[in-house]
Design a protein around this ligand. Sequence first.
Ligand code: CP
Length: 325
Amino acid sequence: MEPRADKKADATLTGLNHRHLLGLSDYSSAEIELILETARQFRDVLDRPIKRVPTLRGITVVNLFFEASTRTRISFELAEKRLSADTVNFSASGSSVSKGETLKDTAQNIEAMKIDMVVLRHSSPGAPHFLTRCVDSVVINAGDGAHEHPTQALLDLMTISELYDSFEGLNVSIVGDILHSRVARSNIHGLLTLGANVTICGPKPLIPVELDKISESGNLRITNNLDEALEGCDTAMALRIQMERQGRALFPSNREYHEQFGIKVEHMNRYQDLMVMHPGPVNRGVELASEVVDHERAVILNQVTNGVAVRMAVLYLLSGQGSEG
Ligand code: CP
């Protein structure tokens, strides 16, 4: 997972080399930087009295959500509206999915109504990849099972880039339920591609075995000790324990998890430069003490604001609008 030579090349991109955003695993550093730079420009739009530009006028985007969401769903919808796209929201509940209609049939029927882009959240890893083989529309992954959540990682990267001059040599720790986390997977790809050092920390049963192989060769370190993860760390990303994806309990209790892996006020006092992030939704008192969620060095709400700008950038760059003269 060290930045590959081909992932470091093409430093002056003006467009993406991909038609879809399915994950960050095959996005180059130049592509990620282009998205972040474009997002910074759109971020300014969000502070204007009239938060709307005509960039995607005439483009129709469908938000297909087969899983619960607050931030990603509202953020995509706002991003589409801010860009003047026509936007339609689909929830599996209350749709013909409850009558047995498949993802393929649902998507093809919606595409027959003449749309341009699909934003998909689904509980099955690989669902967005499958969708690219069923429809002609541009597909954006808004989270597929425990696989990837690329726009979350991009908004996390944007938030980190506002705190430091460079990713090169930056120490970022990801703490929590790594096994079930698409946010962790996308962030590991993005952070390593941009040159950061990544430490993964959590209870042994919540660390995927494949990371052991990666850590042997790259800037990725694994620990089961929270203080080891926070010592020398610039930014810590805490992750939610995803009870809904655990077939059985993988640690004794939330109280014991918080004792061993929860970031508490004592950590904020001990590590005076430590910044804290969380993708949400937060379980206060489990992965973060409630006081840490509201701490001046927690940038959780900055992440949410940047999410709209990042999604505007992704929609714009994948729409092809920028490449038309
Ligand atoms: N971070 C994130 O994906 O939150 P939602 O599940 O609320 O979209």
